[in-house]
Design a protein around this ligand. Sequence first.
Ligand code: SF4
Length: 374
Amino acid sequence: MNYIDGFRNPEVAAQFVRMIAEQGRALAGQGRRVRIMEVCGSHTMAIGRYGIRQLLPENVELISGPGCPVCVTDPGYIDTAIALAGKGAILATFGDMIRVPGSDSDLTACRSGGGDVRVCYSPSAAVELARAHPEREVVFLAIGFETTIAPVVSIVEEALRAGVRNVSLLTAFKLVPPALHALLADKEIKIDAFLCPAHVSAIIGSRAYEPFAAAYRVPCVIAGFEPLDILYGVHGILGQALKNEARVENQYARVVRPEGNPKAQARIARYLEPVDASWRGIGVIPSSGLGLRTEFAAYDAERKFGLPVRPGRQHAGCRCGDVIKGKLRPTACALFAKVCNPDQPVGPCMVSAEGTCAAYFKYTLPEEKRGGGK
Ligand code: SF4
């Protein structure tokens, strides 16, 4: 058995399912339901792919939160990117941004209309593009959670080292802990525990969740992406619930340390500072984003072009905002699989490979109902 197969062992999984069923019965005996929010798009996909939701007792619910950076990006960000292309900039982006809707259009339409939009596979490609086109400005669409921030901000480091001035970042970096605070403070959303993200936790460390566990009395369990990781995580959460505990438990200790990754944290702090950030569906959360420090303003596309990102409009029928907050299952959206599918997405939660609507479409719909959608 190889390393990965060890985390997919069906007999061990069956044992976990039995233990979780027992925990569910014990909680039901106390008249309790447990709503566990995962805040990582890779968890959302793994839960769908391995059918984990269907393996849990009726009174244990997995709900998806704001775990996909593309999905939480405000439509106004896309509007500003399109405006930058209109000013002649080359837009460099990871592929998952290409079909994310802005208020009225997206980058695919922008490209069809003559905008220079290029898909990159690494941040350093933006600096290479800038060197290849010294007469043009290259703007990198810099979105992401803590996991991707350090590698993306290396564009500035690399540009400074090489003396490249015609590259800049349109930043919409987001931080997970402030979003968890905002969700817990919203009385309309019932969250009993967090299945904490794996990759983000590798950067920020398990200690970053201690304030939530203590202040809001919610168990926070960090888990990996394999099916046994997730089942083990759910088992840990239910174990805490039964004992009325609320602790941070790091079940992904093979990757995540209490202090996180100090090297990545130092690089982030060197170039970026906290800013208020607008999250699609949630609104502005104080100090929940990171923007370039003033000393690096020459690499900040908003300041360089005088084009600040302003809140945009989402499609009237799209419920991505409620999906992102865990208030609505995608299948309860009137457009789900009727008008909105991965081939013709109406909202970002259906566009992104890590979006909740895309996960439900791919893993809960029978083949014949998926039609052309993948
Ligand atoms: S199914 Fe489509 S329209 Fe509905 S919330 Fe999801 S992305 Fe938006």
